[in-house]
Design a protein around this ligand. Structure first.
Ligand SMILES: C[S@@+](CC[C@H](N)C(=O)[O-])C[C@H]1O[C@@H](n2cnc3c(N)ncnc32)[C@H](O)[C@@H]1O
Length: 268
């Protein structure tokens, strides 16, 4: 049986209906909407989840960014607008190298979007569940020059071997950077449903960053350029840390004028 749905709808309803009926949002405004039993159940389920503050991007399970579609689920961070700024910056400014390594890749958004700018891309994450989503995104976006690897930062043997064979390579990392004590504000800041592994990183939020720098510093062929997204409260400390291993650094602001991106270039 088909049930007509009474209008007007909220913006969220329109997003849900467009997803369920696989039609554009504008045609939903123009036509009367009729749902079959399953579609109606799905619509009601989406509404229920939304009233519990479950993120709309997880409910839909997809997000459009930079002309590509990315699958999402509760195992990966929902991509943030500031990360798109980082991607655009890298796309406009990075030197071409043999390899882009995206550490803490989550949905794979950064490496996948930049795959046409580098000869080869590797997406690394400690979470196999996150890598499963990244793999799906590689496949569905038909990207050919990308590999994935499960690794605690740069620790996997295969990753280390690949890096050692590169003359020039580039690193991008949007790792967890929120101080762990702030987990108690997760509801307030609307990050309650996102994986803690993607968000929190020790007392000052820099545990992952510090460990990554410790791992990089032993390489003779350190990355030529490094790009990091960080917390405005710890980015200046991070800059000092990476400068100690031979990088010239600058900090770039995000769309809200916060110091958000750390760009390091090796001093030759
Ligand atoms: C802030 S999320 C960023 C996800 C994605 N890069 C983005 O920009 O949307 C951080 C990611 O780092 C991963 N991660 C956390 N600790 C890690 C570690 N020690 N080694 C590798 N990945 C790690 C998490 O699983 C998560 O996917």
């Amino acid at each position: 049986m088909k049930t007509p749905i009474r209008q007007p709808f909220s913006h969220t309803d329109i997003v849900f209906l467009s997803h369920i009926l696989k039609i554009s949002k504008s045609s939903l405004y123009l036509n009367s909407i009729v749902l079959d039993v399953n579609q109606k159940k799905q619509f009601q389920k989406y509404r229920r989840l939304f009233t519990k503050s479950y993120p709309i991007d997880y409910i839909i399970g997809k997000i459009e960014l930079s002309g590509l579609t990315f699958n999402l689920n509760k195992n990966v961070l929902i991509p943030r607008p500031e990360t798109e700024i980082l991607i655009k910056y890298i796309s406009d400014n990075a030197e071409y190298t043999d390899l882009l390594l995206d550490v803490g890749t989550g949905s794979g958004l950064i490496g996948i979007t930049l795959s046409n700018k580098f000869y080869q891309v590797i997406l690394a994450d400690i979470s196999q569940k996150a890598l499963n989503i990244a793999k799906k995104n590689i496949l569905e976006n038909k990207i050919k020059n990308i590999l994935t690897t499960r690794s605690n930062l740069l620790q996997s043997n295969s990753l280390q071997k690949t890096i050692l064979n590169k003359v020039n390579w580039t690193l991008v990392a949007n790792l967890p950077y929120i101080p762990s004590r702030e987990i108690k504000y997760a509801k307030k800041y609307n990050v309650f449903y996102e994986p803690s592994l993607a968000l929190y990183s020790g007392k000052d939020g820099l545990d992952c960053f510090r460990e990554l720098i410790n791992q990089i510093k032993v390489y003779k062929n350190k990355p030529k350029q490094c790009f990091f997204e960080l917390d405005p409260r710890n980015i200046h400390q991070a800059k000092q840390i990476i400068e100690t291993i031979g990088y010239n650094c600058k900090i770039i602001k995000d769309e809200n004028d916060f110091d958000r991106f750390l760009i390091g270039e090796i001093i030759e």
